[in-house]
Design a protein around this ligand. Structure first.
Ligand SMILES: *Cc1c(COP(=O)(O)O)cnc(C)c1O
Length: 225
C-alpha cells in the first residue's frame, strides 16, 4: 500500500474519535514527507532537532512541525523560530529555556508536559508531583513566552492491552483533573486542551481513551531500519 492509502486507512479508523493524526516522519526521506503532505497531512512529528531543521527548510511553509522526542536545552534555539508544538517538556529547566528563546523571537511557543506513565525505566517524563511543583512555582507564573496546552505520554511497549489501557487511563485522569481543578497556579498561559497519546501499536486504544493527538510513524511508512 502507498503512504496515501495507509493514511486514509488510519484516518477512517480515527473518524469516531476526536484524535488528530500527527505523521511521525523521523528517519523518513524528503520524498516520503512530500507524499504525506500531498495526502493532506500538515502535522509532522520529529524527534531530532537537526533532522527537523533540515527538513523544514526543504518543505512547504504550512507544515506544522511537532517536536515529539526528548529535547536538550542547548538545542531549543534551533527550532524555536518555527516549531508548532513541543510535546516533550520534561523539566522546568527546559521550559525556562523555551520561554527565553520565545522571548528573543517575540513569540509564544506552545508546549505539552510529557508525563511518565509507563512501567519502563528508559522513558522520559514528569510524575504528578513534579508537574504540580512546576505549576505552583512563582517562577512559572512569570513565563510569558510559552503556553501550556496539555499533556503527552507514552505507554509501555507491551502486548498487554490491559496495561496499556491502565497507563493511558491514568494520563487521561490527570488531564481531566487539571481541567477541572485549576486552583493553586496561574492559569494565564495554561489551557488544558490537548492530550497527545498513542503510537502505531496503540493509537486505537489511545483514541478511545480521550487522545486528541496520535503520533503515528511505522503504521504509515513501515518499520524504521
Ligand atoms: C517514534 C515515535 C513515535 C512513533 O512511533 P511509531 O511506533 O513508529 O508509530 C511516537 N512518539 C514518539 C515520542 C516517538 O519517538
Amino acid at each position: 500500500m502507498s503512504i496515501a492509502q495507509h493514511i486514509s486507512t488510519i484516518l477512517s479508523q480515527l473518524k469516531s474519535s476526536s484524535a488528530k493524526l500527527i505523521a511521525v516522519t523521523k528517519t523518513r526521506s524528503i520524498e516520503e514527507l512530500k507524499s504525506t503532505y500531498e495526502a493532506g497531512i500538515l502535522d509532522f512529528g520529529e524527534n531530532r532537532v537537526q533532522e527537523m531543521v533540515e527538513k523544514q527548510s526543504q518543505l512547504p511553509p504550512d507544515i506544522r512541525w511537532h517536536q515529539i522526542g526528548h529535547l536538550q536545552t542547548n538545542k531549543v534555539k534551533y527550532i524555536a523560530p518555527f516549531v508548532h508544538l513541543i510535546h516533550s517538556v520534561d523539566s522546568f529547566k527546559l521550559l525556562k529555556e523555551i520561554n527565553a528563546q520565545g522571548k528573543k523571537l517575540g513569540r509564544i511557543i506552545p508546549c505539552l508536559f510529557q508525563m511518565y506513565i509507563a512501567q519502563e525505566e528508559s522513558k522520559f517524563g514528569l510524575d504528578q508531583n513534579e508537574l504540580l511543583s512546576i505549576l505552583s512555582s512563582p517562577e512559572f507564573a512569570e513565563l510569558q513566552h510559552i503556553k501550556i496546552i496539555g499533556l503527552m505520554g507514552m505507554a509501555s511497549f507491551t502486548e498487554n492491552e490491559a496495561q496499556i489501557v491502565a497507563e493511558f487511563s491514568s494520563l487521561h485522569d490527570i488531564f481531566i483533573e487539571l481541567q477541572t481543578n485549576k486552583t493553586g497556579y496561574s492559569t494565564g498561559l495554561v489551557e488544558w486542551k490537548e492530550l497527545s497519546m498513542g503510537m502505531s501499536g496503540d493509537f486505537l486504544i489511545a483514541a478511545k481513551l480521550g487522545s486528541t493527538m496520535v503520533r503515528v510513524g511505522s503504521a504509515i511508512y513501515g518499520a524504521r531500519s
